[in-house]
Design a protein around this ligand. Structure first.
Ligand code: CA
Length: 235
C-alpha cells in the first residue's frame, strides 16, 4: 500500500485529503509543520508527498529545497494558493513534480497522485492496450495523460471536471454513485451541497460517451453501465 506524506497545517484540508486517500486504498500520514515534514520526507518511508506551501516553521519551498538538496527523489505535489502563478513556477523549478491550486477537488488530486506513483513504478515498454495510463471499461477508453476519451471510433476532449467525473465512474463500474459522493469527490470541499452541477456535468458527459452509458438511478444517483451488465430499469 503506497504511503503518502501529507504536509498541511489547515486541519479541514488535511482531513479531507486523508479521508480521500484512505478511501482510495492509500495510506496517509499527516504532518502540520515544515520541520516535521522535512524530517519525515527524508525517512524513505513514503512513496509520495503532498506539500502545502504555507506551513509554519519552514515553508514548503524550504522543505522542498532541503529534501532535494539531500538527494531525495521522493515525488512531491505542492499545494499552492489559488492563482498564485509565481508560487507554482517557483515550486516546479524547486523540484516539485506537480502542483494543485487551492481549492481543489479530491478527484483531481488523486489523478495526479496516481500518475506520479505510476511513473516512479516504471512500466517499461508497453503496447497502448497495456498502458497503465489508459483506463478502459467496455468500449470506453480514457487516456489519463491526454485527458481524451475514446468511445468506439470517436474521440473527444474533456474539461477537467468532466475528466475527473468520468474517471470516477470508470473506476466504479456498475456501482450507484450518489450526487453527494460525486459532488465531494469531483468538486471538493468548498462546494454547495444543494448545487445541481453533478446533473449538468452528467449531461455533458453523456454527449461524449453516449446517452445510455451513464444511467440515472432514481432517487439514488448515477451508475456507469458495463456492456455485459443486465438492467431491469429499461427506458
Ligand atoms: Ca497552509
Amino acid at each position: 500500500m503506497s504511503r503518502i506524506l501529507v504536509a498541511e497545517d489547515e486541519a479541514r484540508i488535511a482531513s479531507f485529503i486523508a479521508k480521500g486517500l484512505t478511501a482510495s486504498g492509500l495510506n496517509p500520514v499527516i504532518v502540520e509543520d515544515g520541520p516535521t515534514a522535512m524530517a519525515m520526507a527524508l525517512t524513505d518511508e513514503f512513496d509520495l508527498m503532498i506539500l502545502d506551501i504555507g506551513l509554519p516553521g519552514m515553508d514548503g519551498f524550504q522543505v522542498l529545497s532541503r529534501i532535494r538538496g539531500s538527494g531525495s527523489t521522493l515525488p512531491v505535489i505542492i499545494l499552492t494558493a489559488r492563482d498564485s502563478v509565481a508560487d507554482t513556477i517557483a515550486g516546479l523549478e524547486g523540484g516539485a513534480d506537480d502542483y494543485m491550486q487551492k481549492p481543489f477537488s479530491f478527484g483531481e488530486l488523486l489523478a495526479r497522485i496516481r500518475l506520479r506513483l505510476r511513473s516512479t513504478e516504471g512500466t517499461g515498454s508497453s503496447t497502448p492496450e497495456q498502458d497503465a495510463t489508459i483506463l478502459t471499461v467496455g468500449d470506453i477508453s480514457l487516456d489519463m495523460r491526454t485527458r481524451r476519451v475514446r468511445v468506439g471510433g470517436k474521440e473527444s476532449d474533456l474539461s477537467s471536471r468532466e475528466y475527473v467525473l468520468l474517471e470516477t465512474f470508470l473506476r466504479h463500474p456498475d456501482h450507484v454513485l450518489s450526487r453527494e459522493q460525486l459532488l465531494s469527490h469531483v468538486w471538493g470541499y468548498d462546494f454547495d451541497p444543494g448545487s445541481n452541477v453533478v446533473d449538468v456535468y452528467v449531461r455533458y458527459l453523456r454527449k461524449k460517451v453516449g446517452a445510455d452509458v451513464i444511467e440515472t438511478v432514481r432517487g439514488m444517483g448515477y451508475r456507469l453501465r458495463t456492456p455485459d451488465a443486465t438492467s431491469t430499469d429499461d427506458h
